[in-house]
Design a protein around this ligand. Structure first.
Ligand code: NAD
Length: 342
């Protein structure tokens, strides 16, 4: 029988898109959470949760404003049972903007994080890699045992980080690697630079969706499924996850199909006509990721799909939760340019 225990968790990069939805869930599950982040995308992402909760619950949430490249990581990990490592320059364009910066955070600082985690005797280290580590594959189902052929620096450093972790004996650092699909849906720190989110917001705000190419198949995962999985990994039994790597995704859909789904949903729900315009592109990278291993070994599978994420976003937009969608804060690369992050 699974025994649920309250843990002390450090979420590095916890004020980002995934973290902003994950941290409240961890708190609601009774855990103590410390968020270590530079807060580049704002520091108010937990305000709603804070407003709705009692002082006793709020006291289980703590913040460390710092940069993993130079902050005191062991101090941040003091008394922590579990680390969830999400911090990075988290997409290809942002990485390419300043490759030295990308490398310094996504790889060099990662090495410091895993050394500190070992020194601090962290009981569980959960690393957010990416399904983009596979590169382009023609096989119908990309599984965890296939070779990694990353095509961009962002994916290459994710693969390097995985290799660094895999070299550490699990008795020294009990690690688990997750390779998530592209995340979609609403979160308090919103990202409008991810495929499903881009298409949905274009339909909502412009009535027109631009589809670049269209035939590329990419895996997607609803933010609620993504964050449910991390919550589950915190309390999963060691022998089911430690030392293992799992893909985590839901439906693999072509960009064309996503655009058609978005059009249908927004036209039905908002009674407005949505146009789809196709634009040729060189980027026809396609991959179809299988999440059969995690389903087989942990019995975990997604329970939401892309249409759910479209509706999730539409409702948030209609409720005024995404004011001024052109604000640079919703795009990682625009924020990096505005803040002149070095
Ligand atoms: N969102 C996706 O579609 C997706 C898909 C696959 C994998 N992932 C991975 O999941 C993780 C979270 O993604 P996200 O979408 O929430 O990204 P995000 O960019 O929204 O969040 C990253 C957070 O890390 C923080 N951060 C960045 N550099 C830092 C540093 N040097 N020190 C401290 N904090 C720092 C940022 O301020 C931000 O709050 C990332 O590792 C990403 O690669 C995300």
């Amino acid at each position: 029988m699974e025994v649920k225990m309250s843990k002390k968790i450090l979420v590095i990069g916890g004020a980002g898109y995934v973290g902003s939805a994950l941290v409240p869930k961890l708190l609601d599950a009774g855990h103590y959470v410390r968020v270590l982040d530079t807060f580049w995308f704002g520091d108010g992402v937990f305000n709603d949760w804070i407003l709705k909760n009692s002082r006793t619950s709020i006291n289980r949430l703590g913040f460390v404003k710092g940069d993993i490249r130079n902050c005191d990581l062991e101090q941040a990990m003091r008394d922590v049972d579990c680390v969830i490592h999400l911090a990075c320059i988290s997409n290809d364009p942002s990485f390419e903007l300043n490759r030295d910066l990308g490398r310094s955070i996504n790889y060099d600082a990662f090495l410091k994080v895993i050394i500190a985690a070992q020194e601090s005797k962290i009981g569980r280290f959960i690393f957010a890699s990416s399904s983009s580590v596979y590169g382009v594959k023609n096989t119908p189902n990309v599984t965890e045992d296939m070779c990694l052929e990353p095509l961009t620096d962002y994916s290459k450093y994710k693969a390097f980080c995985e290799m660094e972790l895999q070299m550490i004996p699990t008795e020294k650092l009990p690690w688990v690697i997750i390779r998530p699909a592209t995340v979609c849906g609403y979160a308090p720190r919103m990202r409008l630079d991810l495929s499903v989110n881009i298409l949905t917001m274009a339909a909502l705000t412009k009535g027109k969706i631009m589809v670049f190419g269209g035939s590329q198949i990419r895996p997607n995962i609803h933010i609620e499924d993504m964050t449910d999985l991390y919550v589950r990994l915190v309390n999963e039994e060691d022998d089911r996850i430690i030392g293992r790597t799992f893909n985590a995704g839901g439906s693999n859909l072509s960009i064309e199909t996503i655009a058609e789904l978005v059009k249908k949903i927004i036209e039905q729900c908002m009674a407005k006509k949505i146009e789809i315009e196709k634009v040729p592109t060189w980027d026809l990278r396609s991959y179809h990721v299988s999440s059969a291993k995690i389903e087989r070994q942990l019995g975990w599978q997604t329970i939401r799909d892309v249409p759910d994420a479209v509706v999730h976003l539409m409702k948030a937009f209609n409720a005024g939760l995404i004011p001024n969608p052109d604000d640079p804060k919703y795009s990682n690369i625009k924020t990096m340019k505005v803040l002149k992050i070095q």
